[in-house]
Write a protein that binds this ligand. Structure first.
Ligand SMILES: Nc1ccn([C@@H]2O[C@H](COP(=O)(O)OP(=O)(O)OP(=O)(O)O)[C@@H](O)[C@H]2O)c(=O)n1
Ligand SMILES: C[C@](O)(CO)[C@H](O)COP(=O)(O)O
Length: 233
């Protein structure tokens, strides 16, 4: 098994949640969002090291959640203005042995070991792979005055999630070229694709939601309770 470092993106501001602070500390069923991903990554035998990327003012708070007994090597580094910048900073802290990098949003607390394993397996075969789910709604392109400009054929459209797992050299090249050429993207796969590398879509989990607006907290709570109920039965 190659040396895989997980990079947890946790340096946002939670604006769409209306918090005014970093949403990764928001409690979900009594535990901060960040703790859910850390637990799964700490438990997975596929992950050799973890890097948490957070805001400068939140470094100590992240360490408090990580605790002194964390299962594997872990570092907390400062992120940047946008998600892409944070990942770019996290890449500079990779352990030298790293061969693959798994990037995950701390805002996606419902990550499972199973999904991580599926994406890692695909990345080992292809070089790059991401969790994603086929779009289920009809997609409209919004035009002037919020009138429908056109309906987008949803055949073959997938909604990208995280984890996104890459060969380290591909990912570093993608971020290096993005900085040099001014590429901006909302996920890392976009940058790797732009370099011409293949990125495998791995059927994810519709429950692997990103906590973005208040309703997502309600959904995540219900999903966690349903998951706990299934485990008990
Ligand atoms: N500068 C940033 C912005 C976002 N993220 C992380 O990227 C993930 C997805 O980003 P998003 O859901 O947009 O989080 P926020 O930026 O906090 O949300 P908002 O856009 O509503 O402020 C989150 O885990 C967030 O912590 C990051 O590491 N660095
Ligand atoms: C990376 C991501 O979660 C894939 O869907 C998404 O692009 C993050 O977007 P955000 O605006 O930074 O939340």
């Amino acid at each position: 098994m190659p040396f895989l470092t997980a990079l947890v993106a946790a340096a946002g501001r939670g604006r769409r949640l209306g918090l005014g602070y970093n949403k990764v500390f928001l409690p979900l069923k009594g535990r901060p969002l960040l703790s859910y991903s850390l637990e799964v990554l700490g438990r997975s035998p596929l992950v050799q090291a973890v890097i948490v990327v957070t805001t400068p003012e939140d470094v100590d708070r992240c360490w408090a959640i990580i605790g002194p007994q964390y299962a594997k090597g872990i570092r907390v580094v400062e992120g940047g203005k946008e998600r892409q910048d944070s990942v770019g900073k996290g890449l500079k802290a990779l352990p030298p042995e790293t061969e693959f990098v798994a990037i995950h949003d701390a805002a996606r607390p419902l990550l499972t070991e199973e999904l991580l394993a599926k994406v890692v397996k695909a990345a080992l075969e292809t070089g790059a792979a991401i969790a994603a789910v086929p779009v289920q709604d009809t997609i409209k392109r919004c035009g002037a005055a919020e009138l429908v400009e056109r309906t987008v054929n949803r055949e073959g459209l997938w909604a990208a999630q995280t984890p996104q797992v890459f060969r380290r050299d591909w990912l570093e090249e993608a971020h290096r070229r993005a900085r040099a050429e001014g590429w901006r993207a909302t996920d890392d796969a976009s940058l790797v694709e732009r370099c011409g590398y293949p990125v495998k879509l791995v059927p994810g989990d519709y429950a692997n939601i990103k906590i973005t607006t208040p309703v997502d907290l309600v959904l995540a709570t219900a999903l966690l309770e349903a998951r706990e109920k299934i485990k008990i039965e």
